[in-house]
Design a binder for this molecule. Structure first.
Ligand code: UDP
Ligand code: MG
Length: 315
């Protein structure tokens, strides 16, 4: 098998058929690669959709003359889980990851394939949006998050790179070999290393269905990403603790000396209040940070699978 195409699908009933047709048309229509489609497997991962997505995928599976695989989860486990299931199933020398909503055009898969075939020094191609389509606020929030995670993380995380990628076999094997349950792909792609070519691409508007992300979901994802790829928040709270400890000793000395010289036991109430609030705030924050890591640890030690497969159709 030359190419595996992984397509995570969650409530995409209006898109799967269109996606399939477009992808087959594009991959089959490249004159320089006449038999590409014959050497391609399409791996659809139905991530517990609640609409007609699964029926749509069954239809594609039954009617398609090409290698189609449909993995179906027992419930919605999230895109990260769908990607992992797809990567585990993929057999191609090259593996593409692409969304089902046609916001990412399949034509780019051919371009990425060209790059990897022409440049043996690269092991992966990651697409990034030159111009982000979302509103100014979302763009700002996302760029802040990437700056924060990049400065905290031990491995540099390519700021704008998306999950729209083409990977060589060695990269897929490396990603699949990581046993962690809390999976943050952007961090995992960076962590496994390998030479990655960054290719600009243009995102299309979503024409059918709606995005599964909102501000709060993204925020949770962002925190989870930071906790998975950095222990610096723990270090930051320890340093804060040490600095505040030093300040409080100094302050204590000042208070003692002032009281000894001038004797003024009651004044300083506002100072006391602010200090109390500041310190308890920082303490709670640090306990929260600690709790997050503990929660991650808890999830990992429970050792539950990242997803449960309900059905695996393969031909
Ligand atoms: N997706 C998924 N599980 C989820 C959420 C999303 O498999 O829980 C899939 C979705 O069907 C789509 C891709 O991930 O193929 C990207 O999702 P979406 O288009 O909502 O994200 P956006 O393009 O808005 O970032
Ligand atoms: Mg989308």
């Amino acid at each position: 098998m030359k190419l595996s195409v992984i397509v995570p699908c969650y409530n995409e009933e209006g898109n799967v058929q269109r996606f399939y047709e477009e992808t087959v048309r594009v991959l089959g229509g490249d004159p320089s690669r006449a038999d590409l489609l014959g050497e391609t497997e399409l791996i659809f991962v139905n991530d517990g959709s609640r609409d007609g997505t699964l029926q749509g995928l069954h239809e594609i599976y039954e009617t398609s003359p090409y290698a189609v695989r449909v993995l179906s989860f027992s419930r919605n486990f999230g895109k990260e889980a769908a990607l992992l299931a797809g990567l585990r199933a993929s057999q191609g020398d090259f593996t593409a990851i692409i969304d089902a909503d046609l916001q990412q055009r399949p034509e780019y898969i051919l371009q990425m394939l060209d790059i990897l075939e022409e440049h043996p020094e690269y092991d992966a191609v990651a697409c990034y949006q030159e111009q982000r389509k979302e509103g100014a606020f979302m763009s700002f929030v996302k760029s802040c998050f990437y700056k924060v995670i990049d400065s905290l993380s031990d491995v540099p995380i390519a700021q704008a790179a998306s999950d729209f990628r083409l990977l060589r076999r060695c990269v897929v094997d490396a990603i699949v070999s990581l046993p962690e349950k809390c999976r943050f792909s952007k961090g995992i792609f960076a962590w496994v290393g390998f030479e990655t070519y960054l290719m600009p691409y243009k995102v299309e508007e979503r024409t059918v269905g709606e995005s599964k992300w909102n501000f709060w979901k993204l925020l949770r994802y962002a925190f989870s990403g930071i906790m998975s790829f950095s222990d610096k928040p723990l270090i930051i709270s320890s340093v804060l603790g040490i600095v505040l400890f030093a300040i409080s000793i100094l302050l204590m000395l000042v208070v003692v000396i002032k009281t000894l010289i001038w004797g003024d036991p009651v004044a300083g109430f506002p100072t006391l209040c602010s200090l109390l609030l500041l310190l308890s705030g920082i303490q709670l924050l640090s306990v929260g940070v600690l709790g997050q890591y503990l929660a991650k640890n808890y999830t990992e030690t429970k050792d539950r699978p990242v997803y449960i497969l309900k059905e695996d159709l393969k031909k």
